[in-house]
Each structure stands twice: as structure tokens, then as C-alpha cells.
Design a protein around this ligand. Structure first.
Ligand SMILES: Cc1cc2nc3c(=O)[nH]c(=O)nc-3n(C[C@H](O)[C@H](O)[C@H](O)COP(=O)(O)O)c2cc1C
Length: 225
């Protein structure tokens, strides 16, 4: 009895976390970037680090065995100060290689952290059905780790946004961050700390949010003839 009610609560909290997760694009003022206090940073940083470690409990099918590491993903973490540094130098560093309406500098001016999640395509395999499948599964495993991360941060009351990364995919940015070119960027996750969520900044929802449909539209309950 005790066990059942505990697991019902646990189930409900997982459901709530999944349903509460939503894209929150927070746009700071590039001329007056947000300055998050050391106290707020100190409170949130261990939580983000723990969320990254827990996100790495995602399933993965194949031993990627890159640098003797089995997981097919790599995480790169930029704290608030680093985000601000990139925001301040963005147009100088990425001159000529920028989408005219890029929101990256504004988002970097507001975020508590940015987590780049990369996956590692298999090297040295001739292109074949098998190698495509292995790579799809490395990518799928990394996406599972990203979703874990979003949910864990959501459960801490943090705002999250999974971005495709824009300039963060570029060679110039890889060089700045010291990332190996064998890694492919899957997600640039912007994180807003709970303590800054009541500040007056523009916040945009995900573009597809309103296009969601109900489960009957995309579930096929199979009956074999
Ligand atoms: C692989 C992936 C890449 C994404 N890249 C972007 C992006 O570059 N720009 C963007 O506005 N949203 C991006 N999103 C977020 C989606 O727009 C968002 O999830 C969608 O609009 C649904 O909104 P929700 O997350 O609030 O449910 C990405 C999501 C995924 C899964």
C-alpha cells in the first residue's frame, strides 16, 4: 500500500516535469547584459553540474569508444561569465558569418549557463546501411541525454531552450571553445536560473508549441491480422 502510493506520487512528479518543460527563449539587453550575482551562481551551479551527470544516464546502444569513452555524447558547459564574454565579442568574432536576425547575443546576455551537447559520428566506417544505423543510434542516444537534461533543469525550476546553435556550430566557435571537429553539435541548451525569471526581459515560446496535436493523431495501436 505504502509502496503504491509512493510510486503514484513519483509517477505524477515525472509527468508534471515532462508537461511543464517548455521552450523559454530569454532575450537580454546586449547593451546592458544581465549580471547574475555570485550567490545566485553558487546556488545554481552544483544543480546544473548534477543535472549533467544525471543526464548521462541516458541509454546508448553502441560503445562509441572515442578516447576510450563509451558514451556517444560530449557536453561542453559555459557559465554565465563565458556567455557574456561571447555576447560582448559576437559580431567581432563571427563577422560575415551571422544570420541578420540572430538572437544569440541577446540570449547569451541573459543566460545563467549554456550547455553545448555534441554527438560523435562513427569514424572509419565505410558508408553502409549498418554505419548509418549506428550513427542514427549515437544521435538518438545523445538526444535522450538532452531531454534528460531539460527535464532535470525544469524540475529545478530553471528555464530551458534547446537551440540548434547557430554560430556555435561554426569552425570559429569550435576553435574558441576547444572542441574537436569530429564532434557534431546537437543542442545548445540555454539555461535561465530561477532567481532571474521574474526580471523584465522578453521571453519567447517555441515556434512549434502551438502546433502540438493530441496523441490519437500520432499513435497507431497495432493489431496484427
Ligand atoms: C533538435 C532540436 C533543435 C531545435 N532548434 C531550435 C532552434 O534552433 N530555434 C528554435 O527556435 N527552436 C528550436 N528548437 C525548439 C523547438 O522550437 C521547440 O521545442 C518547439 O517549438 C516546441 O516548443 P516547446 O519546447 O515549448 O514544447 C529545437 C528543438 C529540437 C528538438
Amino acid at each position: 500500500m505504502q509502496k503504491n502510493s509512493w510510486s503514484a506520487n513519483q509517477h505524477q512528479s515525472v509527468r508534471n516535469t515532462i508537461r511543464n518543460r517548455r521552450t523559454l527563449k530569454v532575450l537580454g539587453d546586449t547593451n546592458h547584459p544581465l549580471e547574475i550575482s555570485p550567490e545566485i551562481c553558487d546556488t545554481n551551479r552544483p544543480l546544473v553540474l548534477q543535472a549533467i551527470a544525471d543526464a548521462g544516464c541516458a541509454p546508448f546502444h553502441y560503445d562509441r569508444n572515442h578516447q576510450s569513452i563509451a558514451e556517444p555524447w560530449r557536453f561542453h558547459l559555459l557559465w554565465h561569465e563565458q556567455c557574456r564574454k561571447i555576447a560582448a565579442n559576437f559580431f567581432e568574432w563571427f563577422d560575415g558569418d551571422i544570420k541578420p536576425n540572430t538572437k544569440l547575443p541577446a540570449m547569451l546576455s541573459a543566460s545563467g549557463a549554456l550547455i553545448i551537447v555534441n554527438w560523435l559520428p562513427q569514424e572509419g566506417l565505410a558508408k553502409s546501411e549498418k554505419s548509418t544505423l549506428i550513427n542514427e543510434e549515437h544521435l538518438a542516444a545523445t538526444a535522450a541525454a538532452v531531454q534528460n537534461l531539460l527535464l532535470l533543469l525544469t524540475a529545478h525550476g530553471m528555464g530551458t531552450y534547446w537551440s540548434s546553435g547557430g554560430q556555435f556550430r561554426s569552425e570559429a566557435m569550435y576553435n574558441r571553445m576547444g572542441i574537436s571537429p569530429v564532434e557534431r553539435l546537437l543542442a545548445a541548451v540555454f539555461v535561465e536560473f530561477p532567481e532571474t525569471m521574474n526580471l523584465d526581459m522578453e521571453r519567447l515560446p517555441g515556434k512549434q508549441r502551438k502546433n502540438r496535436t493530441s496523441v490519437e493523431k500520432w499513435l497507431n495501436v497495432v493489431e496484427i491480422e
